[in-house]
Design a protein around this ligand. Structure first.
Ligand code: NAD
Ligand code: NA
Length: 396
C-alpha cells in the first residue's frame, strides 16, 4: 500500500515501515561512526521500540556488540492498516542485528504485567543466562497494577494552582495562551503509580530473585528536569512527582543490588520531540525555541546522540560514573547551560504566531514529529507501494 501521514489531533495514526527502517539504519550508522564502547554484553531494554529505549538498544548492540532483549507494547500491522512505528522500528532493528551476527529477540506486551515479566525472565534464562545492563525506558499513560488490579491513569497537570502560559499548536504554528487547571484527588498518586519507580523495582526484584543479574550489573532509568519556564506543568507538576519517585527508587534498587555488586542510576536526559512530549502543553513551544538555539550553538542532539554520550562518556569510561548532588547522571547538561536557558527565556517573551517561524525551529519540530512515524526521511520513496505486513523476526 502507499502510506501517507494521517493526523488525528496531536497524533499521527499511520506509520511507514521503510521510513522507520531508515531511522533505525541512520541511528546504527551514527553509533558505528563513533567507535566501540567498552560496555555491557547482555542487555535487557524495557521500552525498547521507540525514543530513548530504541536508541539504548541500538547503542548497546552496535556500540558494544551486545546481545539484546527488547520489551515493548506495539501494534502489529493488519492488511491495509500499518502497525505502530515501534513495531517497524523493532523489525528493522532485529533484521540489522541479525545481519551483523548479533543476538536480538523481542517481547511484545504489557511490561507492567506479571505475564510479560515471566516470559522475559524465561527468555533470559534460556538464551542469555544473565544480563549486565537493564535499561528502563517506559513511557505510558496507563498501568494496570499487577497486584491490586487497579487501572491507574497518569495526568500532566500542575499541582495547587492553575497554570497559564504560552503554547504553540505545532501543526498550525499558532501561538496562544492556555490555562491548565490543577490536578485533583488521586491524580498525583495515579501518575506516580504509572510513571514512578515501582514497576522498575519489580523488574529488578524479579530478575534478582531468579539469579538473572550478572555481577556488576547496572540499571538505568530516564528522567527529565527542564527549566523554570516549564516547571509548573512538568517538574513541579504531577509528572514531576512521578520522576521524584523514580529517582528515589534508584537508591533503593542500588541497596538491593549490593549483593551482586550492582548499581541503579537515573539519567536526566534532554527534552526531545516524542509522542508524549508533543501532547504536553507549553513543551512544544519550549522545544522549538530550544532546538533553534542548540542548533545554532552546534550542540543539538537527538535520542541516539544523547544515549551514545550516556554510554561512552558516563556509564562506560572505566572511571567512577559522574553524578550530580542528587546522585543523577546528567546528559541534559547542554540543554541546561546558562547561556542556552537565558536565550530561551528571552525568545520566550518574544514568541508570537508571527515571530515563531523566525525565532523558533518549528520546521525542525515538525520534521522530528513526522520522523517518529517514519515520514520525511531522505532516501525513502514515499510514493512507492510498500508492504505494510512487515514481521519482527524473533518475537515472543
Ligand atoms: P517513547 O514513547 O518513545 O517510548 C516508550 C516505550 O515504552 C516504547 O518502547 C513503548 O512500546 C513502551 N511501552 C509503553 N507502554 C508499555 C507497556 N505497558 N508495556 C511495554 N512497553 C510499553 O518515550 P520516550 O520519550 O523515549 O521516554 C522514555 C523515558 O524517557 C520516559 O521515562 C521519559 O519520561 C523519559 N524522558 C523523555 C524525555 C523527552 O523529552 N521525550 C526527556 C527526558 C526523559
Ligand atoms: Na523509549
Amino acid at each position: 500500500m502507499i502510506i501517507e501521514p494521517r493526523m488525528r489531533g496531536f497524533i499521527c495514526v499511520t506509520s511507514h515501515p521503510d521510513g522507520c527502517a531508515q531511522s533505525v539504519k541512520n541511528q546504527i550508522e551514527y553509533i558505528k561512526s563513533k567507535g566501540t564502547i567498552d560496555g555491557a554484553k547482555k542487555v535487557l531494554v524495557i521500552g525498547a521500540s521507540t525514543g530513548f529505549g530504541l536508541s539504548s538498544r541500538i547503542t548497546a548492540a552496535f556500540g558494544s556488540d551486545a546481545a539484546t532483549i527488547g520489551v515493548f507494547f506495539e501494534k502489529p500491522p493488519l492488511e491495509g492498516k500499518p502497525g505502530s512505528p515501534g513495531w517497524y522500528n523493532s523489525a528493522a532493528f532485529e533484521t540489522e542485528a541479525n545481519k551483523a551476527g548479533l543476538y536480538a529477540k523481542s517481547v511484545n506486551g504489557d511490561a507492567f504485567s506479571n505475564e510479560i515479566k515471566r516470559q522475559t525472565l524465561d527468555l533470559i534464562k534460556a538464551d542469555l543466562g544473565q544480563v549486565d545492563l537493564v535499561i528502563y525506558s517506559l513511557a505510558s499513560p496507563v498501568r494496570l497494577h499487577p497486584v491490586t488490579g487497579v487501572l491507574h491513569r497518569s495526568v500532566l497537570k500542575p499541582i495547587g494552582a492553575t497554570y497559564t502560559n504560552k503554547t504553540v499548536d505545532f501543526h498550525t504554528g499558532v501561538v496562544t495562551d492556555i490555562s491548565i487547571a490543577p490536578c485533583q484527588d488521586d491524580d498525583i498518586a495515579n501518575t506516580v503509580a504509572v510513571m514512578g519507580g515501582e514497576d522498575w523495582a519489580m523488574w529488578m526484584d524479579a530478575l534478582k530473585a531468579e539469579n538473572l543479574l550478572a555481577p556488576g550489573v547496572k540499571t538505568v532509568a530516564y528522567s527529565y528536569i527542564g527549566p523554570s519556564l516549564t516547571e509548573a506543568v512538568y517538574r513541579k507538576g504531577t509528572i514531576g512527582r512521578a520522576k521524584d519517585h523514580l529517582e528515589a527508587t534508584a537508591f533503593s534498587i542500588s541497596d538491593s543490588l549490593k549483593s551482586v555488586d550492582g548499581e541503579a542510576f537515573v539519567s536526566v536526559n534532554k527534552a526531545l520531540v516524542t509522542q508524549a512530549s508533543s501532547a504536553i502543553p507549553v513543551i512544544p513551544l519550549y522545544i522549538s525555541l530550544l532546538y533553534k538555539i542548540m542548533k545554532e550553538e552546534g550542540i543539538h542532539e537527538g535520542c541516539i546522540e544523547q544515549i551514545q554520550r550516556l554510554y561512552q562518556d558516563r556509564l562506560y569510561t572505566g572511571n567512577p560514573i559522574p553524578t550530580d548532588e542528587k546522585g543523577r547522571i546528567r546528559v541534559d547538561d547542554w540543554e541546561m547551560r546558562d547561556d542556552v536557558q537565558e536565550k530561551v527565556a528571552t525568545l520566550w517573551k518574544q514568541a508570537t504566531t508571527e515571530s515563531l517561524p523566525e525565532i523558533g525551529d518549528l520546521e525542525g519540530y515538525r520534521k522530528d514529529f513526522l520522523n517518529l512515524f517514519g515520514f520525511d526521511f531522505a532516501g525513502v520513496d514515499y510514493k512507492a507501494d510498500t508492504d505494510e505486513m512487515v514481521g519482527i523476526p524473533s518475537i515472543v
